[in-house]
Design a protein around this ligand. Structure first.
Ligand code: ADP
Ligand code: F6P
Length: 327
């Protein structure tokens, strides 16, 4: 165990994700267990540059496991892209006596962490937290499970109105350029069709699915559109469908940032706790420049370079299954 790591800094960066607080708690409590100090940095990399740090004791993280968002706050920090911004951050890290850093965020945050490590030899490990589930090196990212449960609850409610009024709803969900949220929520809500960036489904084919459903006396439908869908937003897809099927009564719902909030599910709390513990373990084991993930129930370490350049592949067979089960 390297004795030189005495004080561990923790920050949350990029889009907030439910379970980030549980991850902070796990890092703090594990650090204390190993007789290390934990220092919280506010507002991600912006807090490093602005020198906003606070010591975190065991009681500082009491009862945060059930809270959504991040009590350390997060940011997207343009200054951190510049060498000057990172130099200022490193100056503050040294002044605060921080020997190593745990970065909780998405692949953008890991790119920033990799630079700190390369430029200043600071030991850094990452914990994947984003609702998008788009990070290579882990089966699931922290926040994804909560987000898909939020989406499914919303779609169940929309389904009531769709059925009552014979409507076709186009529901846009987040995910940046990945279709994980759309695909999982489609299977779980029994959506009639799903548009995701990873699979081509053109408008004519979508319309023929809808016609097929109508011939089976289905009077309503749910079409899930991932925000990264290349043919356009849910509004645009709905307009294109309406041009071809003018007698359909359509509505569009964009779920937006409700998908990022709320109390983390049990799965997200457990994942965050295991990965948070694993991050401190890895640092104290001399590891750096890696992301802590979980694959088939095992903790795995993936170099940042790989986590940031490779894709977390979506299982296209599951897309076929979603379609078969909707027929
Ligand atoms: P996420 O971590 O969720 O992918 P972003 O891509 O917005 O979110 O990244 C979060 C922050 O990480 C950015 O606002 C920036 O401060 C830092 N960051 C991202 N990419 C880089 C990079 N290439 N160089 C330096 N810092 C970066
Ligand atoms: O990465 C999480 C996420 O919510 C994406 O799904 C979405 O594309 C993006 O962040 C939205 O970012 P912002 O809140 O900065 O608009």
């Amino acid at each position: 165990m390297p004795e030189k790591i005495k004080r561990i800094g923790i920050l949350t960066s990029g889009g907030d994700a439910p379970g980030m607080n549980a991850a902070i708690r796990a890092v703090v409590r594990t650090a204390i267990f190993y007789h290390r100090e934990a220092i919280g940095i506010q507002r991600g990399y912006c807090g490093l540059i602005d020198n906003k740090t606070t010591p975190l004791l065991s009681h500082s993280v009491s009862k945060v496991i059930s809270l959504g968002g991040t009590f350390l706050k997060s940011s997207r920090c343009p200054q951190f892209y510049t060498p000057e911004g990172r130099a200022q951050a490193m100056q503050n890290i040294s002044n605060a006596g921080i020997d190593a850093l745990v970065v909780i965020g998405g692949d953008g945050s890991f790119r920033g962490a990799q630079l700190l490590m390369e430029e200043y030899k600071l030991p850094v490990v990452g914990i994947p937290a984003t609702i998008d589930n788009d990070i290579y090196g882990t089966d699931f990212t922290i926040g994804f499970d909560t987000a898909i449960n939020t989406v499914v609850q919303a779609i169940d409610k929309l389904r009531d109105t769709a059925d009552s009024h014979n409507l076709v709803f186009f529901v846009e969900v987040m995910g940046r350029d990945a279709g994980f949220i759309a695909l999982f929520s489609s299977i779980a809500s029994g959506a009639e069709a799903t548009l995701i960036p990873e699979v081509q489904l053109d408008i004519d084919k979508l319309c023929s699915y809808l016609e097929w459903e109508r011939r089976k006396n289905k009077t309503s439908g749910i079409i899930i559109v991932a925000e990264g869908e290349e043919q356009g937003s849910a509004v645009e897809i709905a307009r294109k469908v309406k041009e071809k099927l003018p007698d359909y009564d359509t509505r569009v719902t964009t779920l937006g940032h409700v998908q990022r909030g709320g109390a983390p599910t049990c799965n997200d709390r457990v994942l965050a706790s295991i990965l948070g513990h694993g991050a401190v373990d890895a640092l104290l084991d001399g590891k750096t420049g890696i992301m802590i993930g979980q694959r088939s129930g095992q903790i795995v370490h993936t170099p940042f370079v790989e986590a940031c350049t490779r894709h977390n592949d979506l299982n296209k067979k599951w897309y076929e299954i979603a379609h078969i089960l909707s027929l």
